[in-house]
Ligand binder design. Structure first.
Ligand code: GLV
Ligand code: MN
Ligand code: MN
Length: 406
């Protein structure tokens, strides 16, 4: 049990303290890959902020962290809030950290306004949400709930050959989640929905199905000058046509398909490549839409590979079905916020979706992003909107922590 200690720095002070951490001077974007310098610094910052507030920090075997507020009289299933601190490569400042900083600031509001919770509050930080180091999105939360197996995950390797099992202990699913009765994640919006609706804060209805597939095209290495064009088996051509086909199919179907990561072997300017591995990120508004989209891209890739004399193998690395956030919790949050908050689907994935699918009632709040850009340095949110997000989160948490539960 911990009692409420004095509050820490306010939202803007915390935000300013994080801004330089992991920021590239060249692009203005963030490199906060899990268990590397900047992200380790952010973890230490979180522990320090939790300690400052007298919150008890628990670390699980997968690198997830949770800070508990269990004042006298608080019992039963906790309300969890939080997000993640890692970023994509050259990402924005807000995706993840906004939810963590807002959670701490909302906790401070609760303490300042003398809220006496009937249930514990937990502030969580999930590890490797973006999959930017070990390739699997929401890895920390998936392992924590048992949706991913440690036996499979422990041998995932990063670009330097370091295994996940070398950086975290791993083991059985995390016991701390058994004490959680609801999760509310605040996140920067990753599109322009709230800009178009002229609203600072919104809520999510659910998450589109999405996934990652590795396309390995294998051909024959040769001399870029001496090998006649008609004699080549060039996997780059098979890949290039596949990227165009993915774009066209997604546009035709009103869905999303992206090849954002490519590895070429041997990657020499004057060498016809022997292999191209490319990762497809596909998202659709229904599971059947996503299955059809990926099947059509794969069909066209295979047909092109045959014409090029290359071979293709496709591996599904992670596939996540459609998520609908808990209607009862969503209704409660909506009521607590006065019924005035617009509701949007999320086309980005979140740990919130993993927890919802694991049976923990979950809701999400969004904060307006004026650029509508995300996973890039231009991601943004205005201070007033961030403060409105903190206010909304504090209001929702106050209602969920006090009075009768579900
Ligand atoms: C996570 O941000 C994702 O949707 O890729
Ligand atoms: Mn993200
Ligand atoms: Mn995120």
């Amino acid at each position: 049990m911990t009692s409420s200690a004095s509050n820490g720095p306010d939202f803007e002070q915390m935000w300013s303290a994080l801004l330089p951490i992991g920021r590239s001077a060249a692009s203005g974007g963030y490199f906060r890959q899990p268990w590397h310098g900047a992200e380790v610094e952010l973890r230490a910052w979180f522990v320090e902020e939790a300690d400052r507030r007298g919150l008890e920090v628990e670390h699980d075997a997968f690198g997830n962290m949770v800070a508990w507020w269990r004042p006298d009289g608080a019992a039963g299933p906790a309300v969890l809030t939080g997000s993640h601190l890692d970023s994509v490569l050259d990402g924005g400042a807000f995706d993840g950290p906004l939810g963590v900083v807002s959670a701490l600031a909302a906790y401070d509001r609760l303490v300042e306004s003398g809220v006496r919770p009937d249930r514990p509050l937990a502030i969580g930080v999930f590890a490797e949400e973006e999959g930017s180091r070990f390739g699997r999105a929401c890895l920390g939360s998936r392992l924590a709930v048992g949706a991913a197996s440690w036996e499979d995950a422990r041998s995932l390797t990063d670009a330097d050959g370091v295994r996940l099992g070398d950086v975290v202990e791993g083991g059985a699913p995390s016991s701390w989640l058994a004490g959680v009765g609801a999760y509310v994640e605040l996140h920067v919006e990753q599109g322009r929905g709230l800009v178009d609706l002229d609203a600072a804060v919104g809520a999510a209805s659910g998450i589109w199905p999405h996934g990652r597939w590795r396309f390995d095209f294998t051909g024959r290495a040769d001399h870029a000058g001496a090998a006649r064009m008609e004699d080549r088996a060039d996997p780059m051509l098979s890949y290039a046509m596949t990227a165009l086909a993915a774009n066209k199919q997604a546009r035709l179907a009103g869905q999303r398909a992206t090849f954002g990561r490519v590895e070429v072997a041997p990657n020499g300017t004057n060498v016809v490549p022997s292999r191209v591995s490319a990762w497809l990120d596909a998202r659709a508004d229904s599971p059947s839409g996503m299955a059809d989209l990926v099947a059509e891209i794969e069909r066209q890739a295979a047909a092109r590979a045959e014409r090029d004399g290359t071979s293709l193998s496709v591996t599904a690395e992670s596939v996540t079905g459609a998520v609908s956030f808990d209607p009862v919790l969503r209704g409660r949050v909506d009521g607590l916020l006065g019924g005035a908050v617009p509701v949007l689907p999320s086309i980005a994935g979140h740990d919130a979706g993993v927890l919802q699918e694991a049976g923990i009632p979950t809701a999400m709040l969004f904060v307006r992003n004026p650029t509508g850009v995300s996973h890039a340095p231009a991601e943004s949110a205005g201070t007033d909107d961030c403060l409105a997000g903190v206010e909304a989160l504090a209001t929702a948490l106050t209602g969920l922590l006090t009075g009768p539960g579900e």
